[in-house]
Design a protein around this ligand. Sequence first.
Ligand SMILES: [Fe+2]
Length: 280
Amino acid sequence: MTIEVRLADVSRSIRKKKCYRKTSSKTKRFPPYAAAISFPLQSLYMSCMDVFKGVGTVPSPTDVQKLCSILDGMMAEDVGLSRNLQFFKTRSVVGVTSKVACTTIYQSEKFSLCIFFLPANAVIPLHNHPGMTVFSKLLLGKVHIKAYDLITSNNSDDSTSPSQFKLASLKADGVFTAPCDTSVLYPTSGGNIHAFTAITPCAILDVMGPPYSKKDGRDCSYYRDIPFDTLPYEREVMTGEKSEQYRWLEEIEVPKESEMEGIEYMGPQIIEMSSSKMIR
Ligand SMILES: [Fe+2]
């Protein structure tokens, strides 16, 4: 089965689920549109409206906790997915790397809600999120996540390191299996660089505030990580610390594996609200 067929299966199944929910509204226990609403998803949207203030702002620790607590409780079904979809049952084929797909649930200038579908063995290469706060919630499957914080050296002598290499500290390097807690990347701590490698087919819900915007200088850059001992620079930064936690990150051309297929979101819809109408 090709990746296109499996993704079509995801889209069709979401569409079927939506239609089923509309049909079930004939019970008239709720307004006709209510059956198509996911209350956890609507709650996430409304909290994002409250939390993301726009470019240059970072959610407060309280707001981060608020979004994490909503995301931690979210299930695949809240965005119209199910582990019974053929996509999530498909086994990996040795030596075959399949393309990642992405669907956008909602996007504004302040934040976006997207789902990434990774077939087994698929990779989202090491990439950054300039000026963005990113919440990643694994909805289904098993994925390896690697995340780095960039190190800002106190050494003002820039001649000690080549400009194309950035020193980074490894913050996450492990396998996550759904259901699991939300992971967060912050723009101010240097920790907005990560990579995903699917061990089984998986779906990841990303909340990004603000979203990528090339025209506003928030384009995505890609990196490769290099063992720290490969380059003899900035060893003084490591004084008293374990060098094995550190890597050099080198920016690379957009890798072929970063190509994604866009698919239409057909899950439960969001009722858009202006911030002035939000219930506090
Ligand atoms: Fe990312």
